[in-house]
Design a protein around this ligand. Structure first.
Ligand code: EPZ
Length: 431
């Protein structure tokens, strides 16, 4: 797909099934390296970042087979070798191979990981924590080299609850000698997903879902079958699209329990959201741990939000900030949006302004938006994953035609955003 063409102004109607979570699948795939056995990871999203991670695992000697919307990964013959090239530099989440490689082989050499252009994204917290577990790091020609002769548990306090650092520490700690405590750990559902997979493989982790994790080191892990949970950010994208466009949609499998802050904001914007099982009286699907999905009725015109502020989980996710901003451009009144996690996440403002949005910058990480009745469709270029999705939502809301290029960014996280939105009645084609 090189571009998306959208004829905007159509309320959304229908149902869409939510794909597996990118940010849960990636560290779980990296964790398969620790087991020396086969794991079956089901409900993996078919997206560019997952394909990159699979390529990396294969380059390390893992045998990978596709199996029913997922992969069977046999890591018994994996070998330490240098990871380099596009796959690493193009994907921030390759960073979780750092903890996995150190856990499995005691050494790692990798290019500095890339990812979306949403700030400087340092990795100091990862390095400091892994150093306290005995790892020596050096940098040479832009490459990061880590080596440890005896990986040992440690008492770690994270100054910020970094998702990636918590994942890397977990991956190293399950393989370390002795126990590890992570205080100030991230509590995101993706951390819970990684802990659940590791525990299915035999790891012992206490405090899952809390900010203090205790990991018993040195337990030998076996392979396991694991179902990746549905993607709360993809579900939130389509939920907010319905708030912006109006209409009513069913987000099948959406993980309602992980989306309280998003549902709260959508309701404050005038939407009505209901857990589908409550609406229909249908049974839960305990094997997946979610409640069939969310039914959303969008308002005719969204209401403004006095202050929308991103925060770590369970706060409003930074990954949905630009999408909420797009919706607020047509709200009835003035809203303020503040980004607190990443420093460069207002890259969509320029494109939204080109559509007629009234957005004023209030310092580096805060904007004020005065809602207008209708955006005008135009040509836009996606510059990062979630910002790209925000432009798609803006195009759906706008009068007339929009064209969005730079779709490779969007494909990093959305299996098929064009088809999903067509299923919801949007006039959108991929070219
Ligand atoms: C994960 O990134 C997600 N990526 C991001 O999703 C998500 O936006 C982010 O968590 C926050 O929820 C994956 O899971 C692959 P962090 P991560 O470490 O792990 C600073 C998407 O669109 N920090 O919690 O990189 C950092 O600069 C992506 O799907 C340090 O200062 O996030 C940032 O300001 C984009 N030093 C903040 O912490 C460090 O060593 C949050 O980063 C690490 C992080």
């Amino acid at each position: 797909m090189t571009a998306l063409h959208i004829q905007g102004g159509v309320p959304l109607q229908g149902k869409v099934s939510i794909q597996g979570s990118k940010n849960a699948a990636l560290p779980v795939l990296a964790a398969t390296l620790l087991t020396r056995e086969s794991s079956w990871i089901r409900n993996c999203p078919q997206i560019a970042d997952v394909r990159h991670m699979i390529n990396l695992l294969q380059s390390l000697g893992c045998q990978v087979q596709r199996a029913n919307e997922g992969f069977v990964i046999d890591s018994s013959r994996a070998e330490a070798c240098r990871m380099s090239g596009e796959a690493i530099t193009g994907m921030r989440s390759s960073l979780c191979l750092l903890g996995a490689m150190l856990g499995r082989f005691g050494e790692v050499v990798m290019e500095h990981p890339g990812g979306c252009v949403i700030g400087s994204r340092p990795i100091d917290l990862h390095l400091k924590a892994l150093r306290s577990m005995g790892v020596d790091f050096a940098e040479e020609d832009g490459r990061l080299m880590g080596r440890v002769s005896r990986l040992h548990g440690a008492d770690i306090r994270l100054d910020f609850p970094s998702v990636g650092a918590t994942e890397n520490i977990l991956l190293a700690a399950v393989m370390a000698e002795g126990n590890t405590v992570i205080a100030g750990a991230a509590k995101e559902p993706e951390i819970i997903a990684l802990c659940n997979y590791l525990c299915a493989c035999g790891a012992v982790i206490e405090g899952i879902g809390s900010s203090v994790l205790r990991i018993l080191g040195g337990v030998s892990l076996h392979g396991a079958e694991y179902v990746v949970p549905a993607d709360r950010i993809v579900a939130g994208t389509y939920l907010l699209a319905c708030v912006g466009c109006g209409g009513s949609v069913l987000l099948e499998n959406a993980p309602c329990d992980q989306m309280e802050s998003v549902i709260g904001i959508a309701e404050a914007m005038g939407a009505k959201c209901q857990k589908d099982c409550e609406r229909t009286g249908a049974e839960r699907r305990p094997e997946y741990g979610w409640e069939r999905g969310i039914y959303v009725q969008g308002p005719k015109r969204p209401l403004a939000i006095t202050k929308l502020r991103t925060a770590v989980y369970p706060g409003f996710p930074t990954d949905l900030q630009s999408i909420a901003l797009a919706v607020l451009t047509r709200a009835n009144g003035r809203s303020v949006v503040e980004e607190t996690i990443f420093e460069n996440r207002f890259r969509v403002v320029e494109s939204l302004r080109a559509m007629g949005a009234q957005i004023e910058e209030l310092g580096q990480n805060k904007v004020s938006v005065r809602g207008i009745l209708g955006l005008k469709g135009t040509q836009m270029e996606a510059k990062e994953l979630r910002g790209g999705a925000a432009l798609v939502v803006a195009g759906l809301m706008a009068e007339g035609e929009s064209e969005i290029t730079g779709c490779a960014y969007i494909e990093r996280g959305y299996e098929n955003i064009g088809k999903d939105l067509r299923d919801l009645g949007a006039r959108i084609v991929s070219v």
